[in-house]
Design a protein around this ligand. Structure first.
Ligand code: LLP
Length: 420
């Protein structure tokens, strides 16, 4: 996100953040809409190679809303959903059902019925029992991919590793359950086997695991003489949260991955499959930031300083959950001394931390504004109403101006389902 100090105040696309806070309140999620579009286009450019058919399916879980779905549609993106709620939102935003892919390790009967009646184009089967379940509910042919577990370990937080042998996701290649599921799909009445899916984990920055997984899967396809039309390599492409992080090298990586795929297909005399990928975080994370207002500043002499903000783990869970680190900037730039500080939320948990031990101006006081960068993915979508906190508002900023795309929750909404 292009966020810069102009006359000692942070601006996004020419909008001073104090003005944005005055108009929309805090905590506030701010997205650079043009950057989200750019990110979609980058993937299109990286995958647009002759001979290769491809599609990019945005992973809703990173962040979804009606206006985002509209944008994705304009950028020729498809969408992944894993629940009735994500499906409902995708449809409400105008995503054609045939461009929606239904994932999830435990789809319920009701969700499958809903997705089938809506006309969802592709199901990613994640378990043996799902083959019979979808087949039983379906009244017409349904295209399916099988999620396999290639058994590739990746270097990321254990909570977001998914492609290792011991996982609740997918069917194992090595223990034969993937092969069994393919046989069942082929014997089913309504399911049409289209190909394979794997997702190795999230916030990955190395190309090698993708190469390893592809080699492993294609070798297995050759050995078992299974033909696929589609190869879905999942998402998980890493982004920069702080200066310490590397980004996944999108262009270089897909050049390498596609060359590898072509070579393997040639070597094994296989037809080139249609490629699918499912980026979530890398489309929205760096295009988003959170704006907070500071409240209590507590100094414990000789120990530390706590700067509290008006949100917390209800809109920023990743630090509490994964120990994730962020860059935090004061909206007003101050000359002079800085003090190491912990930025904490206002929820009743000691673990309600945004960022630990970062330098902030010595004279920060109640009413100042802070920005947390790279919060566009898995922040709003993992927001909760813990402590009856209201979910923040969300705005899109583009060259055309600012528009609110999600309103702040109202107090009344917190009890709207309560029986009185
Ligand atoms: N495809 C599948 C099948 C997935 O399970 C995921 C993420 C993605 C695609 C998108 O991954 P991405 O490109 O966004 O990394 N709450 C965690 C992330 C959990 C991701 C789960 N699956 C976080 O805050 O990091």
């Amino acid at each position: 996100m292009m966020i810069e100090y102009v006359d000692n105040e942070l601006q996004i696309k020419g909008h001073p953040l104090s003005e944005v806070a005055d108009k929309y309140g805090t905590p506030l999620f701010i997205y650079d809409e043009d950057e989200i579009r750019e990110n979609c286009r980058r993937y299109h450019h990286a995958l647009q190679k002759d001979e290769i058919g491809y599609s990019i399916s945005y992973a809703s879980k990173a962040f979804t809303s009606i206006q985002l779905v509209r944008l994705l549609r304009e950028e020729n993106m498809k969408m992944d959903v894993v629940s009735a709620g994500e499906l409902y939102t995708a449809l409400a935003g105008g995503m054609p059902a045939e461009d929606i892919h239904f994932h999830g390790n435990n789809k319920t009967r009701e969700e499958i019925e809903y997705a089938l009646s809506a006309g969802v184009g592709l199901f990613v089967v994640d378990a043996l029992d799902e083959v019979a379940l979808i087949d039983d509910i379906a009244q017409h042919p349904v295209q399916v991919l099988l999620r396999v577990n290639p058994g590739v370990d990746v270097d990321t937080h254990s909570y977001i590793q998914t492609g290792q042998a011991d996982s609740k996701f997918g069917l194992s290649i090595s223990n034969g359950s993937a092969l069994e599921a393919i046989k069942e799909i082929k014997h089913s009445r309504n399911l049409e086997f289209k190909g394979l899916h794997y997702h190795l984990g999230s916030q990955l920055t190395e190309i090698q695991p993708f190469i390893d997984a592809m080699e492993m899967v294609l070798r297995w396809l050759k050995e078992t003489d299974i033909q696929i039309e589609v190869l879905n390599m999942g998402g998980g492409y890493g982004i920069k949260y702080t200066e310490k992080d590397d980004r996944f090298p999108i262009e270089e990586a897909f050049e390498e991955i596609i060359n590898k795929l072509k070579n393997l297909c040639r070597q094994y005399s296989m037809a080139l499959p249609h490629i699918m990928i499912e980026p979530g975080r890398s489309i929205v994370a760096e295009a988003g930031a959170t704006l907070y207002e500071t409240g209590v500043v507590k100094e414990i002499p000789g120990v530390s300083r706590y700067v509290s903000i008006d949100g917390g783990m209800s809109d920023h869970l990743r630090t509490a959950l994964y120990g994730a680190e962020y860059t935090v900037l004061p909206v007003k730039k101050e000359e002079g001394k800085e003090i190491r500080s912990h930025i904490v939320g206002k929820l009743c948990e000691s673990g309600d931390v945004i960022s630990k031990d970062i330098a902030l101006p010595e004279n920060i006081t109640r009413g100042d504004l802070l920005v947390v960068k790279s919060t566009g993915a898995y922040h709003y979508s993992m927001a909760s109403n813990y402590n009856q906190m209201r979910k923040p508002a969300v705005v899109f900023i583009s060259d055309e101006g600012i528009r609110e795309i999600i309103k702040r929750q109202a107090l009344a909404q917190l009890i709207e389902n309560d029986v009185t």
